[in-house]
Ligand binder design. Structure first.
Ligand code: NDP
Length: 499
C-alpha cells in the first residue's frame, strides 16, 4: 500500500464533478487541492464548483425527477442498479480505502472496514427499493376505499462532513435513490474523493442521467445554493450543529424538509458490576475511534465513584498500547487529525480544561509528537459545567465524571444539549433497561460499542438533529405520504340538492 500511496504523492488524483451523467470540471476550471494530513503530501484535486455548477446539478436532478424515469421505475430495476454499485464498491474497496486514508488520515484497516460496510448499506437499500409500500384502509364504509401512497419526496440535496466520507454518504444516498428521488450530493471540501468515485459506479451501473449529481466545492457557495434552491424539496445535512442551525434559516425559502444529523457529546456510563475488561476496551474504542473525530464518540466517561480511580488508571494503561502513527502502517490505530484548525481546537479545549481544574491522566501533550498527531487523552476531575464536559471536542479526548446512584448517572448522561448516542456498561438487566429507556439519545449500546447494522435506524435527539437514516425508517425519510380517497361504485349522495 505504501507503493500505491507513493504513486498518488507523485501524481495526485484529479477528480471531476458528475452532472447530468457527464464528468465535468468546475466552471472556470478552479480546483481545491487536498494534502494528506498524515504525510503533508498533495493527494487530490477536486473541482472548486461555483454557484452556477450547483445550479446546473440541481437543474439536472429536477429535470430527471420531472420525467419520472426513475421515480416511476419498477423497484426491482432500482434494486439492480443499487446492488451493482454495492458490487463495484467491494471490487474497488482497496482503492477507495486508500483514498479515504490519504484524505482523512484514518487507519487503512478502519477505512477498509468502512468501505465494506458502505457496500452493505447499498445492498440493504437495494432490498428496500422492492419492499417500499404504502397502505390501504378497507374500513371506511361500503363506498370508500382509502389508499395511502408512499411517494418519493422529490429532489434531495445531501451535504456531508469529512470524518466518514463514504460511509455517511452511503447511509443516505442509496436510501434516497431506493425511494425514487433524484439527488444532488455535496461532499466535504476536505474529503471529496470517494464521493466523486461513486459517480463512476452509478454511471457504470446504468443509473439514468441526472438522477444523481455529485459536485465538489465549499459550503458556500455549493452547499448554500442547495439549501436555498426552490427546486430542492429536501436536504439531508450532516455536520456541525452550528452549520445545521444556519441550514434551517437558509432552507426556509420553499419550506423544504430538512433532516439533520449534527454534533454529539455521548456518555459511556460504567457501573461497578460490569465486566471491567470489556468496559475498558469499549470505552477506549468509543472514545478514540477515528481519532475521536466521530459524531457518536463516547467523549464523556461517567463512572461509578467506587471504581472510578482504578478504572481511569486501567484506561490510561491500555491507551499506552494503542499505536499512534502513519495510518498506512497496519499497526497504527490512531492517525493524524484532519487539519490544523481542528488540531488547534482540540489543544485549546484540553488546555482550557486543565486551566478550569481538570487533571490529565494520560496524553494531553501534543507538543511531544510531530505533525498533526494528537495523543489519546483522559481528563479526570471534570465538572459538568466545564467546556470539556459540554462541548464537542472531536478529538481523542475522554472527560471523566463520577456518579454514586443510578439516577445521578442518568441525570449526568442527559445533562447535555446533544442526544446522539450512549454506551452503558452493566450486568444488571434492570440498570441496563432503565438507562436504555431514560437516556435521551438516538442510539444506545449496552455492553458493546459501535456495533452497526443497516437494519437499525440512526439519528439524534435534542440538538443532535432530527430525522432518521438507514433501516426501513431511512427509506421512508425520503418519501411523502399521499392519501387517495376512492369512491367505489356510483355515488348516490349529492352536495347540491337536486344535482
Ligand atoms: P461542518 O458543519 O463544518 O460541515 C458539514 C458540511 O456542510 C460540509 O460539506 C460543509 O462544507 C458544509 N457547509 C459548511 N457551511 C455551509 C453552508 N453555509 N451551507 C451549506 N453547507 C455548508 O462539519 P464538518 O465537516 O466540520 O464535520 C464535523 C461536524 O460534523 C462535527 O460537529 C460532527 O459532530 C458532525 N457530524 C455529525 C454526524 C452525525 O451523523 N450526527 C456525523 C459526522 C459528523 P465544506 O466542504 O466547506 O466544509
Amino acid at each position: 500500500m505504501f507503493d500505491k500511496a507513493k504513486r498518488v504523492f507523485e501524481t495526485p488524483t484529479r477528480y471531476q464533478n458528475f452532472i447530468a451523467g457527464q464528468f465535468v470540471d468546475a466552471t472556470g476550471g478552479n480546483v481545491i487541492s487536498r494534502e494528506s494530513p498524515a504525510h503533508g503530501q498533495l493527494v487530490s484535486h477536486y473541482p472548486a464548483s461555483t454557484r452556477a455548477d450547483a445550479e446546473a446539478a440541481i437543474a439536472a436532478a429536477r429535470e430527471s425527477f420531472e420525467t419520472g424515469q426513475w421515480t416511476f421505475s419498477y423497484g426491482g430495476d432500482r434494486a439492480r442498479v443499487l446492488r451493482t454499485v454495492a458490487g463495484l464498491i467491494r471490487q474497488n474497496a482497496e482503492e477507495l480505502a486508500l483514498i479515504e486514508t490519504l484524505e482523512t488520515s484514518k487507519p487503512l484497516d478502519a477505512a477498509h472496514g468502512e468501505v465494506m460496510f458502505s457496500a452493505e448499506l447499498w445492498d440493504y437499500a437495494a432490498g428496500a427499493a422492492r419492499i417500499l409500500a404504502g397502505d390501504s384502509h378497507n374500513t371506511l364504509g361500503e363506498g370508500m376505499l382509502g389508499l395511502v401512497l408512499r411517494e418519493p419526496i422529490g429532489v434531495v440535496g445531501i451535504i456531508t462532513p469529512w470524518n466518514f466520507p463514504l460511509l455517511i454518504l452511503s447511509e443516505r444516498l442509496p436510501f434516497a435513490l431506493a425511494a425514487g428521488c433524484s439527488v444532488v450530493v455535496k461532499p466535504s471540501e476536505f474529503t471529496s474523493g470517494t464521493a466523486l468515485m461513486l459517480g463512476r459506479y452509478l454511471k457504470q451501473a446504468g443509473l439514468p442521467d441526472g438522477v444523481c449529481n455529485i459536485i465538489a466545492g465549499t459550503g458556500d457557495p455549493v452547499g448554500q445554493a442547495i439549501l436555498e434552491s426552490d427546486d430542492v424539496d429536501m436536504v439531508a445535512f450532516t455536520g456541525s450543529t452550528r452549520v445545521g442551525r444556519a441550514a434551517i434559516a437558509a432552507s426556509a425559502g420553499n419550506i423544504k424538509k430538512l433532516s439533520l444529523e449534527l454534533g454529539g457529546k455521548s456518555p459511556s456510563v460504567v457501573f461497578a458490576d460490569c465486566d471491567l475488561d470489556a468496559a475498558v476496551d469499549g470505552v477506549i474504542k468509543a472514545g478514540t475511534i477515528n481519532m475521536g473525530e466521530c459524531c457518536i464518540a463516547g467523549s464523556r466517561l461517567l463512572v461509578d465513584a467506587r471504581i472510578a480511580d482504578a478504572f481511569q488508571v486501567r484506561i490510561a494503561e491500555r491507551l499506552q498500547s494503542l499505536r499512534m502513527g502513519d495510518p498506512l502502517d497496519p499497526s497504527s490505530r490512531i492517525g493524524a487529525i484532519i487539519n490544523q484548525a481542528q488540531f488547534d481546537r482540540i489543544s485549546t479545549l484540553v488546555r482550557d480544561g486543565v486551566r478550569d481544574g481538570a487533571r490529565i491522566v494520560c496524553g494531553g501533550d501534543p507538543d511531544n509528537h510531530s505533525g498533526l498527531y494528537y495523543p489519546p487523552t483522559v481528563l479526570a476531575d471534570v465538572k459538568p459545567g466545564m467546556a470539556v464536559a459540554r462541548e464537542e471536542i472531536f478529538g481523542p479526548v475522554v472527560s471523566v465524571m463520577q456518579f454514586e446512584t443510578l439516577d445521578e448517572a442518568i441525570n449526568l448522561a442527559n445533562d447535555t444539549e446533544y442526544g446522539l448516542a450512549a454506551y452503558v456498561w452493566t450486568n444488571d438487566l434492570s440498570i441496563a433497561l432503565s438507562c436504555s429507556r431514560r437516556i435521551r439519545a438516538g442510539r444506545v449500546w449496552v455492553n458493546s460499542a459501535l456495533a452497526g447494522f443497516p437494519e437499525m435506524p440512526l439519528g439524534g435527539f435534542k440538538q443532535s438533529g432530527n430525522g432518521r437514516e438507514t433501516g426501513r425508517y431511512g427509506v421512508e425519510e425520503y418519501t411523502e405520504l399521499k392519501s387517495v380517497h376512492l369512491q367505489v361504485g356510483l355515488q348516490s349522495e349529492r352536495w347540491v340538492e337536486g344535482a
